[in-house]
Design a binder for this molecule. Structure first.
Ligand code: 56B
Length: 303
């Protein structure tokens, strides 16, 4: 994903609220001796998996809705992943495209077994209604097959056909591509199918980390990201950060840039070629275990 990598670097070189500390990156790299602890996909045991096209459909719906859990302090990604899993276990047709086209907010809540309105619920419903049916015969597996085992092509196809996945922003007049949910869909396929079948991508090393609200908080805790005092105060006091603001774009883009720098350094110093996916999952899993971390709060359908 050259566009993501290049635009993240562009933001990092002009950033004023967030700084990437290269010395701290070096310290982290030395501490881990150039290798990140391996975290297995679905280490939590919350995802649906049957080794076939229904898993692809599940992952597509999961990542169509994989954003903004924090406004409800009891809701988390786990509820979404396990809620969709049990819906499928009860009814194998629950995620068929003709059903997806018609879900209402209350029906989605019921599907996820969630007792009250979901954050940005109308948007979640609208995204479920997006045009899978028209474009790929209703099957996410067809979308994946059309990509010919290329992660970059799959991301291009998703962002071309599904507007909700076009995670980008304007920063100082430039278009910045972040593509969190599109990239995480590829990573989920790769992780679930262990690089085989629907998860086989010859260019899996081209994807970057997934700029959400957890990974930046971990990078900040590690000292790799430094925030200016106004931004630090806003985050530590749980104030909302405006979507599309310089602060928000810098937090996300600098996170991507910092991990790409980490990869480069690991390659130079230790001769190891790590995937951003592996670094991401390690950082993310540390972040979700640390309840005390303050993260930035932005209302967004992108992450
Ligand atoms: N960077 C990154 N962000 C990720 C994930 C995942 C889950 N990936 C699955 C893949 C393998 C494992 O088995 C995981 O289960 C969710 N998120 C984001 O976190 C936030 C939710 O946080 P909280 O509100 O505390 O639940 C929200 O923005 C969500 O989009 C990831 O891997 N990387």
């Amino acid at each position: 994903m050259e566009a993501v990598r290049a635009s993240a670097a562009w933001v990092a070189s002009r950033s004023s609220h967030v700084t990437v500390d290269l010395q701290e990156i070096e310290k982290v790299v030395d501490q881990i001796q150039g290798d990140v602890p391996k975290v297995e996909w679905d280490y939590e045991g919350i995802h649906y998996f049957d080794n076939g096209p229904l898993t692809v459909q599940y992952l597509f719906v999961l990542d169509a809705l994989n954003f903004c859990f924090w406004p409800d302090k009891d809701l988390s990604y786990d509820h979404l992943a396990s809620g969709l899993k049990s819906a499928l276990e009860k009814d194998k047709n629950a995620l068929d495209s003709d059903r997806l086209q018609n879900y209402t907010g209350p029906q989605l809540r019921q599907l996820l077994n969630w007792p009250r309105p979901l954050p940005i619920e109308e948007e979640r419903v609208r995204l479920l209604h997006e045009e899978l049916k028209r474009s790929f015969g209703g099957q996410a597996a067809n979308l994946v097959k059309s990509a010919g085992n290329s992660a970059a092509t799959l991301i291009e196809l998703i962002t071309r056909h599904f507007p909700g996945f076009r995670d980008h922003s304007l920063y100082k007049g430039h278009q910045v591509f972040l593509y969190k949910r599109a990239q995480i869909f590829v990573a989920d396929l790769w992780g679930a199918f262990k690089g085989q079948n629907y998860g086989e991508f010859h260019d899996i090393n081209s994807i970057t980390i997934f700029a959400d609200y957890i990974v930046p908080a971990v990078l900040r805790e590690l000292g790799v990201l430094k925030y200016g005092s106004n931004l630090s105060c806003s985050i530590d006091s749980n104030s909302e950060i405006v979507p599309g603001s310089e602060e928000e774009v810098e937090i996300r883009a600098c996170s991507i840039y910092a991990v790409e720098k980490m990869r480069d350094l690991i390659s130079k110093k230790f001769g190891k070629q790590l995937l951003s996916i592996d670094i991401d999952l390690w950082l993310w899993s540390c972040g979700v275990q640390n309840m005390a971390l303050s993260h930035h709060r932005t209302l967004s359908i992108y992450y």
